[in-house]
Design a protein around this ligand. Structure first.
Ligand code: AMP
Length: 190
């Protein structure tokens, strides 16, 4: 299965997407991790991405797409993958769909973790990092909403968006994810 995982800061997206990848025995691909690694190794892409990343901006679509498509072309992705952090914008989603269409392997699903704003504020503010005061956190969540809602519309229009209730314990949330994925597997056996 080819799955895109979306979720706001503090919703447990990293943890749940890693767990899902282990469950499905497919690679977990975090674009943040891939780009940080490229920066560390000072590759051509890493050098170009470093400035945007250092100032909290998004890296250009072109660069991210290059990193992701190169990674997805590796043999271990043939059986599927979980993407964490890509696509982040509609142009990225569009470029991704065109790339997938050429290879005849469309996305199986876009999963979005949904957590109540108040609960996210509580969770993030209680992490205790200095910059995590309530207003900073609220601002991060607003930015996430602004950026992500067109992406969610995009996948909704393509009928592959599945909302997952992200409240409760990690096991409860993972149980809901497994249920959705099991339904998808019966619909589209691969
Ligand atoms: P993350 O670990 O997902 O928060 O990503 C860390 C940083 O990597 C972000 O702040 C961006 O600068 C960059 N990044 C990760 N994924 C993308 C993406 N899909 N598009 C643009 N920039 C990205």
């Amino acid at each position: 299965m080819q799955i895109v995982f979306i979720g706001p800061p503090g919703a447990g997206k990293g943890t749940q997407s890693v767990r899902l990848a282990e469950h499905l025995q497919v690679p977990h691909l975090s674009t943040g991790d891939m780009l940080r690694e490229a920066c560390r190794q000072k590759t051509a892409i890493g050098i170009q991405a470093a400035e945007a990343m250092g100032s909290g901006q998004l890296v250009s679509d072109e660069l991210v797409e290059e990193v992701v498509f190169e990674r997805l072309s590796q043999p271990d992705c043939r059986k599927g993958y979980i993407l964490d952090g890509f696509p982040r914008t509609v142009p990225q989603a569009d470029a991704f769909d065109r790339w997938l269409a050429k290879r005849g392997r469309p996305l199986s699903a876009a999963l979005v973790l949904q957590v109540d704003q108040e609960e996210l504020l509580e969770r993030l503010s209680s992490r205790g990092r200095q910059d995590d005061d309530r207003e900073t956190v609220a601002q991060r969540l607003r930015l996430y909403d602004q950026l992500t809602s067109p992406l969610l519309d995009y996948y909704r229009q393509h009928h592959i968006l599945h909302g997952i209730d992200g409240s409760g314990s990690q096991d409860e949330v993972f149980g809901r994810i497994q249920k959705v994925v099991a339904e998808l597997e019966t619909m589209k056996p691969e």
